[in-house]
Ligand binder design. Structure first.
Ligand SMILES: *[C@@H]1O[C@H](CO)[C@@H](O)[C@H](O)[C@H]1NC(C)=O
Ligand SMILES: *[C@@H]1O[C@H](CO)[C@@H](O)[C@H](O)[C@H]1NC(C)=O
Ligand SMILES: *[C@@H]1O[C@H](CO)[C@@H](O)[C@H](O)[C@H]1NC(C)=O
Ligand SMILES: *[C@@H]1O[C@H](CO)[C@@H](O)[C@H](O)[C@H]1NC(C)=O
Ligand SMILES: *[C@@H]1O[C@H](CO)[C@@H](O)[C@H](O)[C@H]1NC(C)=O
Ligand SMILES: *[C@@H]1O[C@H](CO)[C@@H](O)[C@H](O)[C@H]1NC(C)=O
Ligand SMILES: *[C@@H]1O[C@H](CO)[C@@H](O)[C@H](O)[C@H]1NC(C)=O
Ligand SMILES: *[C@@H]1O[C@H](CO)[C@@H](O)[C@H](O)[C@H]1NC(C)=O
Ligand SMILES: *[C@@H]1O[C@H](CO)[C@@H](O)[C@H](O)[C@H]1NC(C)=O
Ligand SMILES: *[C@@H]1O[C@H](CO)[C@@H](O)[C@H](O)[C@H]1NC(C)=O
Length: 463
């Protein structure tokens, strides 16, 4: 018994000594050459041609060494068009802190040996074709802060063992085939600032304890199969800049206070889920917001949000909800939107809007280039002021109950490429000014009571 114990200790000692002895600059040299031997450089050896014996490896392209110890601390092979595999020898570069292989065509598995890089802080493997599982061994790299695996072909789960990586700031694994859902242990990594796992095969729910991540600024879970409600703890994440949860199976209504919780939020993306209820007025307090997307849900009722403080808003995306009250003035929310001087896209088609389009539609941002109102039940005439939106390239008003003439001010929309007024109850003659819309390649006036012809000047763009 005692003999075996001594022998074991002896073996451990030998192991430590040999590891130390081998952990020298020659190891780095050998390891880099071993890595090179697995890399295919399609540009005739261009990128890695400096990795040769004519100079010290610390001078090789993409290699950085510590000044004193001459050991490799950074490998930067970003965007060099490289393919091949990542050699297990990489695990011997024990001084390595940053490994950047972003945007190449590496394939094969991420070698387990990478877990030997106990000083590693940044592992950037995104935008390659790495396969297999995320190595559990990485949990030994306790200094890891940035783990970028996005856009590869990885499968399996994010290993439980990563719960010990208490220095992690950013994890991105977007666009892989990962399963298993958002790991609960993430809630314990309080240093976490960003978690991006969009477009994987995550099921399950959003863990409640993510609400503990006070430093979180980015949460991206788009395009998974996540169900349940947004846990109320999430509304405590007051540093969030991006909350992106579209293309999932989330349900429930948004709490009335949602817009008062995120003073820094720039992107709120909830489209293509099963959310219900009214859009809370507090959304008007998301003063930093740039992109608001609620489309393809079951939101309903009158839109009463005052948007006037959202001066950075670029995109308001509300199509295929059930918004609408039937009130004559229900389009008056447009008034507050006139203060959003950056607004470029306003998408409010396929709702139940039945009011009239107010004249102040022409006071919307002159930056507007995409405007869809179609498939509602809007009534009354089309305000001539619409001709003020001179940067529109896409205007769809079809399938409503607009009456009266087409305003000739439409001719001022010189940048229009697609324009549809079909399936309304418009009457009168088609104004000549339509002939000025030289860029239009998709024009529809069908199913109205219009007279006259589409001017020959744009005869190619016909009904
Ligand atoms: C490795 O270090 C030894 C001793 O410090 C030195 O003599 C040798 O030139 C170094 N080799 C490389 C490849 O840096
Ligand atoms: C070896 O690397 C040097 C730069 O360090 C380069 O000038 C030279 O062309 C390389 N030799 C070969 C054979 O690629
Ligand atoms: C990716 O790398 C290629 C060269 O292989 C480069 O042309 C391209 O600009 C890079 N893409 C990005 C987004 O950096
Ligand atoms: C480095 O790593 C490889 C593969 O993981 C291993 O075979 C080798 O013994 C290691 N040591 C040295 C000094 O290269
Ligand atoms: C999170 O940390 C707490 C306290 O250290 C621990 O009890 C719990 O099991 C951890 N949860 C997960 C999912 O790792
Ligand atoms: C939100 O934070 C407050 C104060 O820090 C705390 O009292 C509350 O329990 C938290 N709510 C949730 C749902 O986590
Ligand atoms: C918006 O914020 C202001 C100032 O904090 C607050 O008084 C107001 O009640 C908020 N509006 C809504 C609709 O929550
Ligand atoms: C409208 O926007 C301007 C800045 O563009 C801002 O100063 C003003 O306060 C906004 N109006 C309201 C009601 O928030
Ligand atoms: C819209 O613009 C017109 C002309 O610039 C102006 O007279 C009118 O007061 C504006 N209306 C609103 C609601 O801002
Ligand atoms: C067509 O545009 C020209 C200038 O591009 C303008 O002078 C003319 O008045 C416009 N015609 C109509 C009918 O709007």
């Amino acid at each position: 018994m005692r003999f075996w114990l001594v022998l074991q200790q002896l073996a451990l000692l030998v192991l430590i000594i040999t590891t130390d002895a081998l952990n020298n600059n020659e190891t780095d040299h050998v390891s880099l050459l071993a890595m090179k031997s697995k890399i295919l450089d399609p540009f005739g050896g261009g990128a890695l041609s400096s990795w040769n014996e004519s100079s010290h490896f610390c001078n090789w392209e993409g290699v950085l060494c510590g000044k004193r110890h001459k050991r490799v601390t950074l490998i930067d092979l970003t965007s060099l068009g490289l393919s091949g595999t990542l050699s297990p020898h990489v695990g011997n570069l024990t001084f390595l802190r940053r490994l950047w292989l972003d945007n190449n065509s590496f394939h094969g598995e991420i070698p387990n040996e990478i877990g030997g890089l106990y000083r590693l802080k940044e592992l950037v493997l995104q935008r390659n074709s790495f396969q297999g599982r995320i190595p559990v061994s990485l949990s030994r790299c306790s200094s890891l802060a940035y783990l970028y695996f996005g856009s590869n072909n990885l499968v399996g789960t994010i290993p439980e063992e990563f719960s010990s990586l208490s220095m992690l700031k950013k994890i991105n694994v977007y666009e892989n085939n990962l399963t298993g859902g958002v790991p609960k242990f993430l809630g314990n990594i309080t240093s976490l600032q960003g978690f991006s796992a969009s477009y994987n095969l995550f099921g399950g729910t959003i863990p409640n304890n993510l609400g503990q991540l006070k430093n979180l600024v980015f949460l991206g879970l788009a395009g998974n199969q996540i169900s349940g409600m947004i846990p109320s703890s999430l509304y405590n994440l007051s540093n969030l800049i991006v909350l992106s949860l579209p293309f999932n199976h989330l349900h429930g209504s948004l709490p009335p206070y949602i817009g008062n919780m995120f003073p820094h939020l720039e992107r709120l993306e909830l489209h293509v889920n099963n959310f219900t209820g009214q859009l809370p007025n507090s959304i008007g307090n998301l003063t930093k917001v740039v992109n608001l997307s609620f489309a393809v849900n079951k939101f309903s009722g009158k839109l009463t949000v005052d948007f006037s403080k959202l001066v950075n808003l670029l995109i308001l995306h509300l199509h295929v909800d059930n918004l609408g009250s039937g009130d004559f003035d229900e389009m008056n929310f447009l008034e507050s939107l006139t203060n959003c001087s950056s607004l470029e896209m306003l998408i409010i088609n396929r709702n139940q809007l039945r009011g009239v389009l107010p004249d102040l539609v022409g006071n919307l941002s002159s930056n507007m280039n995409f405007f869809t109102l179609d498939s509602n039940q809007l009534q009354g005439r089309i305000p001539p002021t619409i001709g003020n939106l001179v940067n529109l390239s896409f205007l769809n008003m079809e399938d409503n109950r607009f009456t009266g003439p087409i305003p000739c001010t439409i001719g001022k929309l010189q940048k229009l490429q697609r324009f549809s007024l079909g399936r309304n109850q418009l009457s009168g003659t088609i104004p000549d000014s339509i002939g000025n819309l030289s860029l239009v390649n998709d024009l529809s006036f069908s199913n109205n009571n219009l007279e006259g012809t589409i001017p020959s000047s744009i005869a190619t763009a016909k009904d």
